[in-house]
Design a binder for this molecule. Structure first.
Ligand code: T6T
Length: 324
């Protein structure tokens, strides 16, 4: 089980901040704009953010679009900017397309932290480029997550055969990096062929149909890596509908409640749970630290918990299953 050490060091930092700063005179309003509102990952992130907001006496506003798409996210961002919150935490739905819309917030004097996803390269406060203006990036290490997925899938398929990545769409920083980390790691397994990535637009039904189409073209398909919640859920459903449970092996990113049954039934071999509540909690804490005059780190890495049959029933693990 992996836990980024950066989290521990941030926790120390925040404790120091709390000790050295007087309580804020004003009640700060911190906006959290998720990738989309109806996704257990962001619902769980909101819970962590609410817990931190309560701890520091800030108001959290959670507002987002109905799907993972800049076309629906940008108008929400514009509406949030118009209300002039003290801080914006946002999961940008595209590396490039959110740069200019977020620049408007920065120009209006609203400080920004990106959570989960990033804009530009994700390296901020460098004084270079047009997308370094957010104060910090708080997220999982998605390259590492992709590598963990590759090792798990390689093991599940006996280090040989055909696999593919079920992914959202190009341009999303998190899922791009998961695919990159997966493919890099898979180079260590010369007997595994990685077929062309299937993009599902964050639609589980599409991911399920694509699984069946890939299987129809490759009757010797051995495995699939679902690079986010809906990709994994859909790919797993596709495997089940094709009657291939346990034959086509599934490694899932994210851990919605349905993952428990899917692991127990053997449909999914392993799930890589992110710690979205931790991302939300530290997002608000970093915002508060900044708003009360303290400096904050430009990057905060949060952890993973790997869930499989051996630990899915463990109470200590259950807390990493996302909230609906
Ligand atoms: O995997 C998460 C998130 O990290 C990613 O950026 C988008 O998809 C999810 O929200 C899961 O649906």
């Amino acid at each position: 089980f992996l836990k980024a050490t950066a989290v521990a060091s941030l926790a120390t930092g925040v404790a120091a901040v709390a000790g050295s700063t007087k309580a804020a005179d004003k009640k700060f309003t911190i906006a959290l704009i998720p990738g989309l509102t109806t996704d257990a990952f962001y619902i769980t992130m909101r819970k962590g953010a609410e817990a931190a907001a309560k701890a520091v006496g800030a108001e959290l506003v959670f507002q987002g679009g109905p799907d993972f798409n800049p076309v629906t996210q940008v108008p929400v961002l514009d509406a949030v900017i118009a209300k002039k919150p003290d801080f914006i935490l946002i999961a940008p739905t595209d590396k490039d397309q959110l740069i200019q819309p977020l620049k408007k917030a920065a120009d209006a004097g609203i400080p920004i932290i990106t959570v989960d996803t990033f804009i530009g390269t994700g390296v901020y406060q460098t004084g270079k480029g047009d997308a370094d203006f957010p104060l910090a990036y708080i997220a999982s290490d998605n390259l590492l997550g992709g590598a963990i997925a590759a090792r798990a899938l390689a093991k599940a398929v006996g280090e040989k055969g055909k696999v593919y990545v079920s992914n959202v769409k190009p341009g999303v920083s998190t899922t791009d990096q998961r695919e990159q980390g997966f493919k890099e790691e898979m180079k260590k397994y010369p007997n595994i062929t990685v077929l062309e990535t299937q993009y599902n637009d964050d639609d589980a039904n599409k991911a399920a149909s694509q699984l069946q189409a890939v299987f129809a073209r490759n009757s010797d398909l051995d495995g699939v890596f679902g690079a986010n919640l809906f990709s994994a859920l859909g790919a797993a459903n596709g495997v089940q509908q094709a009657g291939q449970t346990g034959k086509i092996r599934v490694v899932a990113f994210d851990a919605p409640t349905s993952i428990v049954d899917n692991i127990n039934s053997g449909l999914v071999d392993l799930a890589i749970a992110q710690h979205p509540a931790e991302i939300g909690y530290f997002g608000v804490m970093a915002a508060y630290a900044h708003l009360t005059g303290n400096s904050i780190p430009t990057a905060i890495g949060t952890g993973f918990t790997v869930i499989d049959k051996s630990n899915v029933a463990d109470k200590k693990i259950a807390k990493f299953i996302y909230s609906d």
